[in-house]
Design a protein around this ligand. Structure first.
Ligand code: NAD
Length: 509
């Protein structure tokens, strides 16, 4: 089964186009800072080397923003804010629709860029482009539906009018694992709502976001509405913006420790904050599950993005009566995956993002084995260039192993067993995280019980992928707060204002 980043179906390739086969073949790729509608160097001319994780070689150098550049980007977003907020919802919606069309037309270009800087196989990058573009289409349709309401007060003495207005200049900080979609999930609703923005992509994967800025300028997004400032000094450049009273919102997707730090920083200005943080998804397989379907779902939930997804299945909890069969089937599938540079045909598993991430994955496997786990398949780094780690299945994983507690972010599937539904639910909820969970069962009663009992923001029943632009993506507990996607996603970018009107005091003529 192909791994799509989403349940948005991406074609094997886009009609009339073929994927460029190298960075050079992509032609011109922007490498500057995008501020106030202009491309510029950083104020101190420092750069970031963007690496291809499949080879360890530098693709290109890009400008790295300084604190002064950060301030310039916020200045631009503040200057543009009032005019942009006054534009019509239809105009903003049509800009988004054009952006969707152009992104889809240039899908091979963007997919190649994603694969080169992030590592995932081209088929999965195409999935990310389809998913990422969908946020532009969805919010192009939502922009004209940002409405308020009108009511009579219960005592009949007043009229209650509510309106929803853009929250204002917004800072968006995004991670490296989905270089396009983690941006469009924020930019789409912000444009629809009429907010201006400063985007800071991850320094490992800034090229996709810079190319997107170019595309948004081409479709007519006005200068200052979107500013993009990659930097290798994240803390030093972001902190002054977060405490600047002109900024009205911070939206962050990334790790829980950095998210907690940003929440603390946001307190001084009582900033509106949304946090899409880490996960530790349980994947439950009950004894009445269709085992083949559960294995298909497991491969998707585990191997999409090489396991480097916040929604990745992190703990496989399997009823003890089917655990051996499930482990055998999953091991067979995992050992048949094809590792290689994502740009090459037929590759299903790319490299991890860097050597540090690969080292963390290797440590988690070593720790699990020390606690008593068995390696059913994989368990080794791959020699040679690039940061490859073998698809791995661990069985007999013991309570106390760090692999059950921490976010793995790699192609490792730890399997442990449960005895009954209460045990399954208790183990699944035994984590500080609360982003995604999966369950495979053929029972409707069990589906309802599990869905109601699991403390996670998103639950997939008999499916290994749950992301969808039309649905509210987000977590509970240490996985954060706020939702991206669906009608809920727009709420993050609007303020609700209420006006009470006394109809009796109004002049009559
Ligand atoms: P990260 O927290 O290290 O970095 C995320 C972003 O924050 C990057 O742009 C980084 O440069 C920036 N950053 C780092 N330190 C900062 C600081 N002090 N001040 C301001 N910005 C700072 O995370 P990552 O390694 O890029 O991404 C992986 C993490 O993201 C995982 O934990 C994953 O679960 C999470 N994630 C969550 C979701 C979600 O929707 N919940 C989606 C994708 C990834």
């Amino acid at each position: 089964m192909p791994h799509s980043d989403t349940d948005t179906t991406a074609p094997a390739s886009y009609p009339g186009t073929t994927a460029p086969d190298s960075f050079e073949a992509l032609g011109s790729v922007p490498t500057g800072l995008y501020i106030a509608g202009q491309w510029r160097d950083s104020s101190d001319t420092t750069t970031i080397a963007v690496e291809n994780p499949a080879t360890g070689r530098t693709l290109t150098d890009i400008a790295s923003a300084t604190p002064a550049d950060g301030t310039a980007a916020l200045d631009a977003a503040v200057v543009a804010a009032d005019d942009w907020a006054q534009t019509s919802p239809r105009y903003r919606g049509e800009l988004l629709r054009r952006a969707f069309d152009l992104l889809t037309e240039r899908a091979e270009h963007f997919a190649t860029l994603i694969t080169l800087e992030m590592g995932k196989p081209l088929s999965q990058s195409r999935g990310e482009v389809a998913y990422g573009a969908e946020f532009f289409r969805w919010y192009s349709e939502e922009s004209v539906r940002i409405d308020g309401r009108w009511a009579t007060s219960p005592d009949g003495m007043s009229r209650l009018m509510t309106m929803r207005q853009p929250v204002g200049p917004t800072l968006m900080i995004t991670p490296w694992n989905f270089p396009l979609a983690m941006g469009t999930r924020k930019i789409g609703p912000a444009i629809a709502a009429g907010c201006t923005m400063v985007v800071k992509p991850a320094s490992q994967t800034p090229l996709t976001m810079l190319a997107l800025a170019d595309l948004l300028a081409e479709v007519g997004v006005p200068a200052g509405v979107l500013n993009v400032i990659p930097t290798r000094m994240s803390g030093a450049v972001m902190a002054p913006l977060i405490t600047d009273p002109r900024l009205r919102k911070l939206t962050f997707t990334g790790s829980t420790p950095v998210g907690k730090d940003l929440i603390r920083q946001s307190a001084d200005q009582v900033l509106r904050v949304s946090m899409e943080l880490g996960g530790n998804a349980p994947f439950l397989v009950f004894d009445d599950a269709d085992l083949e379907a559960a294995v298909d779902g497991a491969v998707l939930a585990k191997m999409r993005n090489m396991g480097e997804a916040c929604t990745a299945a992190n703990r496989f909890l399997v009823h003890r009566s089917v655990a051996d069969d499930f482990a055998n089937l999953l091991s067979r599938r995992m050992s048949a995956e094809r590792l290689g540079a994502g740009i090459d045909d037929g590759v299903t598993v790319g490299p991890l993002i860097d050597d540090k991430q690969r080292g963390k994955v290797a440590e988690l496997v070593t720790d699990a084995v020390q606690w008593g786990a068995d390696i059913a398949t994989g368990g080794e780094r791959v020699d040679g260039p690039g940061y490859f780690y073998e698809p791995t299945v661990l069985t007999n994983v013991q309570p106390g192993s760090a692999v059950l507690r921490e976010e793995i972010f790699g192609p490792v599937a730890p399997i442990s067993t449960f005895t009954d539904d209460d045990d399954a639910i208790a183990r699944a909820n035994d984590t500080e995280y609360g982003l995604a969970a999966y369950a495979f069962t053929s029972s409707t009663a069990r589906t309802i019980r599990v869905a109601e009992s699991l403390q996670f923001g998103m639950i997939g029943i008999n499916q290994g992928v749950i992301s969808n632009a039309a649905a509210p993506f987000g977590g509970m507990k240490h996985s954060g707060f706020g939702r991206e996607g669906g009608p809920e996603g727009i709420a993050e970018y609007v303020e609700t204002k209420y006006v009470g009107i006394n109809p009796i005091a109004a002049p009559t003529a």
